[in-house]
Write a protein that binds this ligand. Structure first.
Ligand code: MG
Length: 233
């Protein structure tokens, strides 16, 4: 097993590498998913009661499900149906610019790519399908019975792909890096940008276990680190 790499060193360049990515606000922006879900709920309401609430829901800053129920004339008990519409819609989302090219470059280099994400199995797999990533091994908390900061998903990756140098690229310093740091992974915070839903940069980390080994501002800089840097200062 690799020793902890919080010092910023990178594993030897000739070691086989397993690069694991978080999904929400790392590979794509969750704000895009929220907008897509609101359009799906608006579509259901249009189909059932014939009114168009799309703009109202898109403009709603907080509980758009309650607003949708009220405006559609549905009882409060119908909220569950709208929530499941949101969770089960096929999302209109795309990978962040530069991410697909990075995946291609990592694969060409011989790196293995995986995804570890918290969330519902069906919801997260619909996102993977929409992003064209169903072929990537994905470790989803509902399927594993453990959410971050649990190390379970990270341990499962190490069991499935032994003898590798492991990396985790993610956005949330409240929960994402505790598990992989404890297992000696190289951890990288990738800034999700100002539109992120649950922004948690490294300066909110409360203790060493939360802190990423590297903080990266852009996908271009992430590519530079993963593809070109042998050792970090
Ligand atoms: Mg995330």
């Amino acid at each position: 097993m690799m020793r902890r790499s919080l010092s910023g060193t990178m594993p030897p360049a000739d070691m086989n590498r397993t690069i694991v990515f978080d999904l929400d606000d790392t590979i794509y922006l969750e704000s895009d998913y929220v907008q897509s879900g609101k359009r799906a709920v608006a579509g259901l309401i249009r189909d059932t009661v014939g009114i168009d609430l799309a703009q109202d829901l898109l403009d709603c800053p907080d509980n758009f499900i309650d607003l949708a129920c009220t405006r559609a004339g549905f009882p409060a008990s119908a909220a569950d149906a709208l929530i499941w519409c949101y969770r089960l819609h096929f999302p209109d989302i795309g990978q962040r610019p530069g991410m697909a090219a990075l995946f291609d470059a990592l694969a060409a280099r011989g790196d293995r790519i995986c995804i570890i994400t918290d969330g519902r199995a069906v919801t997260q797999r619909l996102k993977l399908a929409a992003l064209g990533l169903l072929h990537v091994p994905a470790y989803i908390s509902e399927e594993l019975g453990a959410t971050k900061p649990s190390p379970v998903a990270f341990q499962q990756v190490m069991q499935d792909f032994p003898g590798s140098a492991y990396f985790y690229v993610a956005d949330n310093c409240r929960k994402d890096f505790i598990g992989p740091n404890g297992l000696g992974w190289t951890t990288i915070w990738l800034d999700p940008g100002p539109l992120s839903i649950h922004r948690a940069p490294p300066d909110i980390a409360e203790h060493d276990g939360n802190r990423p080994g590297h903080s990266i501002g852009t996908i271009e800089q992430l590519a530079q680190l993963l593809l070109h840097e042998q050792r970090m200062p």
